[in-house]
Design a protein around this ligand. Sequence first.
Ligand SMILES: C[S@@+](CC[C@H](N)C(=O)[O-])C[C@H]1O[C@@H](n2cnc3c(N)ncnc32)[C@H](O)[C@@H]1O
Length: 299
Amino acid sequence: MRTDNDTWDITTSVGSTALFVAAARALEAQKLDPLAVDKFAEIFCRAAGGPWAAVVDGEAPDHPLKSEGFGRHFVTFQAARTRYFDTYFRRAAQAGVRQIVLLAAGLDSRGYRLDWPAGTVVYELDQPQVLEFKRDTLAAHSASATAERREIAVDLRDDWPQALRDSGFRSDEPSAWIAEGLLIYLPASAQEQLFAGIDSFASSGSHLAVEEGRPMDRDVFQAKVQEAKAADNERGQWWQLVYNEQHAPAAQWFAERGWSAEETTLLDYLADVGRSADSADAEAANMLASVNLVRAVKG
Ligand SMILES: C[S@@+](CC[C@H](N)C(=O)[O-])C[C@H]1O[C@@H](n2cnc3c(N)ncnc32)[C@H](O)[C@@H]1O
């Protein structure tokens, strides 16, 4: 169960969710027609070892990512969101933005993977041990960053804006922000602080991208958590990390503050990129139907 000041490394608690989504990206990259290729995702999984290495080596048939219902669709979901946000960042860079803020960077490798214009600074915020795992793993593979990276080891439920400022972020210059795979792990109060922090730090011409999910009915959620506690497996542990709270739909919240916001359902985006979202599995179908991808530009 979550507490307000819990911490983690890359293989425990919320940290392991970074490996989970990296493993999904690695599996997508192994397909013949991938929606997105993150060549570092497999490297992270191998470095973590155990079930993470096994799943990318095709040696863990019982891993949740390998299931025909949930797993197959989760991999497609991660691939689609990677593609959507890669496109978002390319546009922001083309528009002249040179400050990139990865909120809950986890194993997001965009600081090594995207072709950033000279002078770009990528700020990566996450828990210290998560950032350390990424840095050490990529250094061991002689990977070079494609922009100047500045790590900010911080808990996003605390005073992250001060930490960002202390790292040299300029709120008088445009920036591009991302909250990908993050909001479900934050209570509504921290989501509000996150949105307010972005709005107050982002100058005119700044960009924002958010992935959000609609919270479940409270009773259904509680039943899932109880079931998960009894199951004592990886999916069960995941349910116990989720807050199931939503401060406000991002597009609406930012539009009310002068941003021009555009919301796309994951289902519509999957249709746009030619991927099927048909699933007989109720958990997979609910997951795909509950996600929105949001991008916004501050006027
Ligand atoms: C599912 S991963 C997503 C990582 C990355 N954005 C991506 O899509 O690959 C969630 C990440 O959120 C980070 N995270 C969650 N809650 C956080 C908090 N309160 N403070 C800092 N990082 C947090 C975790 O450490 C983890 O790296």
